[in-house]
Design a protein around this ligand. Structure first.
Ligand code: SAH
Ligand code: F3S
Length: 441
């Protein structure tokens, strides 16, 4: 059977985006499959799923229902389901959607070529949702990029077991990639023109990578060494947990100018009672003191967070603590979600007696407040000079666009020679979601 076109639908986090890129890389190397953005043109359809919240999970079967129609027209089409829902539900997906051919977890996507061969030869479904340690990374093709900014996974999984979260169950426990593998990957990316790397993992500051001399490197050391790689001008990392946001890591902000003045550091709630029920392992005060130290080193650093609203037991008073913390820190653009009960997590047994309407009200109040600060930060940037990494021409093709360190899309006039460069831009105005500026010589 000759298959030539691959379509991937991705839900969820940046880890999933990264994994989808790798799925396309392995199937290109093994079966010469080319990506298409039209599902109706594809021979192989993959769905990379997310189970972090209910809504993400519901999407799976409605999408599969649409693909089923394509398969009724062309029975040769192969449908695969990967990611966290696949990891959690496994066989159950086949029960509800028997026309699915392949099921694979986040740790077994490198075995997709084998699964596809099995499906092609047996015409039967194949499943692999095991957790074979870090084997995945040893079996991926060398990265190739078309952009000036790239993600590099440095660790997988999470061992923090926050009481609300499925990640430790779907992606497994924390496991770090060897130090030199990461340095090699970043060096290859840099030689292909990448200027910015985003070091990726569910809990990157728990990174403990073995080095050739048997020593263990932490994230602080990794960032320092990555910053010395020729061509790498900007470093980001996502996502961090406040407990492991160590003094050593904070010091790196003083030592490594390539490290951006923007940090995503999820707090979830400003109430110590709720933080404790979530098993986050720190208080609101401890969080604030870390931010205080960081701001002593980088006064203008922008800080974003994740918030969960309506966790079981959250009272008006707890919510007030969250709002007070938001006003104190003045968070930049952040993510906030209504608590979603996840099967198998400790919090799923907690009594949740807050009305959904009240949760929605709280969410709206919180999002409103954060929008105000986000807007205030954007406006305060007008007149300042920002470093912008130019990524390409915008849709109209007339202006260039790029990102500031704090992730503001910025539009400037200029020629193609600026693409891939970090340029000084004077910000002239702020719109809702973007900035306008002019390039300084
Ligand atoms: N370390 C990972 C966490 C993944 S989950 C990261 O920050 O990328 C991302 C966010 O989803 C969490 O920070 C949390 O705010 C939210 N989240 C996780 N489980 C949730 C649940 N059961 N209900 C609502 N939001 C949840
Ligand atoms: Fe989830 Fe908490 Fe880890 S939110 S990913 S268990 S740090």
């Amino acid at each position: 059977m000759t298959q030539s076109k691959l379509f991937i639908q991705t839900y969820g986090c940046q880890m999933n985006e990264y994994d989808s890129d790798k799925m396309s890389d392995v199937l290109k190397a093994s079966h010469s499959l080319e990506l298409t953005n039209k599902p109706e043109d594809a021979d192989v359809l993959l769905l990379n799923t997310c189970s972090i919240r209910e809504k993400a999970q519901e999407k799976l079967f409605s999408q599969l229902g649409r693909w089923r129609k394509l398969k009724e027209k062309n029975p040769e089409i192969v449908i695969g389901v990967g990611g966290c829902v696949a990891s959690q539900e496994g066989n159950l997906i086949l029960k509800r959607a028997p026309y699915v051919d392949m099921i694979f977890g986040p740790q077994t996507l490198h075995r997709l070529p084998i699964l596809l061969d099995q499906v092609n030869s047996k015409k039967d479904s194949s499943i692999d949702i095991s957790f074979p340690e870090i084997e995945k990374f040893d079996h991926l093709p060398k990265p190739s990029v078309s952009n000036v900014s790239a993600y590099v996974t440095i660790m997988e999984g999470c061992s923090k077991y926050c009481t609300f979260c499925v990640v430790p169950y779907t992606r497994g426990e924390e496991i770090s990639r060897p130090f030199n593998d990461i340095i090699d990957e970043v060096s290859i990316l840099a030689s292909q023109g990448v200027k910015e790397v985003n070091l990726l993992g569910q809990n990157v500051n728990a990174y403990r990578g073995s080095m050739d001399d048997g020593e263990i490197a932490d994230l602080a050391l990794l960032i320092s060494i990555v910053s010395e790689i020729d061509g790498i001008e900007r470093i980001r990392f996502t996502t961090s947990h406040p407990v492991e946001f160590s003094d050593r890591l904070i010091d790196v902000y003083a030592e490594v100018p390539e490290l951006v003045s923007h940090i995503h550091l999820p707090i979830q709630s400003g109430s110590d009672k709720i933080l404790n029920l979530m098993k986050r392992g720190h208080t609101a005060l401890e969080y604030k003191s870390k931010i205080k130290r960081l701001r002593e080193i980088r006064p203008n650093i922008s800080i974003s967070s994740d918030f969960i609203i309506g966790f079981p037991g959250e009272t008006d008073e707890d919510f007030t603590h969250t709002m007070n913390l938001i006003r104190e820190i003045k968070f930049d653009k952040s993510f906030s979600f209504i608590y979603s009960q996840r099967p198998g997590t400790p919090a799923s047994t907690f009594v949740d007696d807050t009305e959904l309407t009240l949760k929605k009200e709280r969410l709206a109040i919180l999002q409103n407040e954060i929008d105000l600060y986000t807007d205030e930060i954007s406006k305060s940037m007008v007149g300042s000079i920002q470093k912008v990494l130019i990524e390409g021409f915008n849709n109209k093709g007339s202006d260039l666009y790029g990102k500031t360190e704090n992730m503001r899309n910025t539009h400037v006039e200029g020629g193609s020679e600026l693409i891939g460069q970090i340029v000084n831009v004077e910000i002239t105005s702020a719109r809702n979601n973007s900035l306008i500026g002019k390039v300084l010589n």
